[in-house]
Design a protein around this ligand. Structure first.
Ligand SMILES: [Zn+2]
Length: 453
């Protein structure tokens, strides 16, 4: 089947131009610059005049909660939200039940996604203090890389013993596979929490969250990760960087050049909210690492533009509303965000924070490059046709009835936007079109490093 997307502004690989994308079945068969009017020869014609035509978003950091935690979310519900948000691929994190820390658990998850996920899927393998021996048994074409919780509060996946850490960094380097880390120093957090409880009681007010999960705890843990990555030559990607100070670890990435060995991700949440929002949003914006000062947010935004932050993910991590009640000790950490991530970033484009060309690098090109995703992340002839068509609109507000995530709430409730995702193509299939998700469509397993020698 031939689809033609005509007349939109294509944003891809550092350029922005009016043109036509031609899709044959699941692949892009041509991209024609200028006005072509090729209408005659296709089964489906999409008039994208006045729209931006972007590579579909690759969200490199989500928690879809399946298997095991499906009361919060599942692959079916969250990929509906993703498709509605212009996201065509995701990498899910290993802290599900069971954890994705064995070869079997990984295979099970991939199998599960095949008739659950409406978009393309990939799964990180979780590093623990005793499974490095299994790293080499993993098919490297099936995983983006390894995820390590370095001093995060995630059960037995917390690895903070020095010898275990060294072994993980070395093994990833030997295999030349990327290591994505959650960096927060647990000892510091525990000490801060004990002090806060002593002063304010069992469940300290949410405003104290960034004091307990402090900037210092982030920096201490990140600097250890960077030190180990330098020592062993590991390709390190630090997840959800939240502080101005940690940005000193990163070299600016330059268009057309390979990405640096040590890189950082920012999340839409940390780019959007600051600690002032605890007043109105309370524990809804509680996440780990914490949302920090306005100055930190400003520094993160600057780093998007100058290339010290190379990728933007969501850390989409839904909880039931009942779990989001309480303060620093009781409320669960994490929030849904994938459905509105692209339009939130487009809003930052309107505010002059970054260009739309840069947005596409951060949300599609770079996640594909960092993790060696095959045939996706760019609008290129021969590549899979993963495409988001977005459009400026009259102002509208996020309301409960629009939310696709299973948890049914969003920290962005009531937020006004002037952008909408009009249509999302996944493997050439129109998986989302003007408010409607095609629930009968399922995405493909992502492949990695297929073109390596
Ligand atoms: Zn996460």
């Amino acid at each position: 089947m031939r689809t033609i997307i005509d007349g939109g502004t294509i944003v891809n690989e550092g350029r922005k131009f009016t043109g036509t994308v031609i899709i044959d079945d699941d692949r892009i068969s041509d991209i024609i610059e200028g006005n072509s009017n090729p209408r005659a020869h296709c089964e489906r014609f999409v008039d994208a005049t006045g729209c931006f035509v972007l590579p579909g978003v690759i969200d490199e950091h989500v928690h879809f909660r399946e298997p095991g935690l499906t009361r919060k979310a599942d692959m079916e519900s969250e990929t509906r939200a993703a498709a509605a948000g212009g996201v065509t691929s995701f990498f899910d994190m290993p802290n599900t039940v069971p954890q994705t820390t064995t070869v079997e658990a990984l295979s099970d998850k991939i199998r599960l996604a095949a008739d659950r996920s409406h978009i393309n899927y990939g799964f990180f393998f979780g590093a623990t203090k005793d499974n490095t021996g299994d790293f080499s048994k993993i098919d490297r074409t099936r995983v983006p890389g390894f995820k390590l919780f370095m001093g995060a509060s995630t059960g037995n996946m917390l690895v903070d013993r020095r010898d275990a850490l060294e072994c993980i960094f070395k093994t990833c380097a030997d295999l030349d596979l990327p290591l994505m880390t959650h960096c927060e120093d647990t000892a510091m957090i525990n000490k801060n929490m004990a002090e806060a409880k002593r002063q304010y009681g069992d469940d300290p007010d949410i405003a104290l969250h960034p004091i307990i999960r402090s900037a210092e705890a982030c920096y201490t843990s990140s600097s250890l990760a960077v030190k180990l990555a330098r020592r062993f030559g590991t390709r390190l990607h630090i997840a959800h960087v939240t502080t101005a100070r940690e940005l000193s670890f990163f070299e600016p990435s330059r268009p057309g050049k390979p990405l640096p060995q040590i890189t950082g991700e920012a999340t839409v949440t940390h780019l959007w909210f600051s600690e002032e929002d605890y007043k109105t949003k309370g524990a809804l914006i509680k996440c780990n690492p914490s949302v920090k000062r306005k100055e930190d947010r400003a520094a993160l935004r600057e780093a998007l533009d100058d290339g010290r932050i190379v990728a933007v993910g969501t850390d989409h991590a839904p909880h039931e509303m009942k779990d989001k009640i309480g303060g620093c000790a009781k409320a669960a950490s994490g929030m849904p965000s994938i459905q509105f991530s692209l339009i939130s970033m487009l809003t930052l484009v309107d505010e002059g924070v970054l260009s739309i060309v840069r947005l596409v690098e951060l949300m599609a090109h770079h996640p594909a490059q960092l993790f060696s995703v095959s045939e996706r992340g760019f609008l290129r002839k021969g590549y899979k046709a993963d495409i988001a068509i977005v459009q400026r609109t009259d102002p509208w507000k996020v309301s409960e009835n629009l939310i696709e995530s299973k948890c049914g709430w969003s920290p962005l409730m009531g937020q006004q936007y002037r952008w909408k995702v009009r249509q999302t193509f996944c493997n050439g299939h129109s998986v989302y079109d003007n408010g409607h998700v095609d629930e009968d469509y399922f995405g493909e397993a992502l492949r990695f490093r297929l073109n390596e020698e």
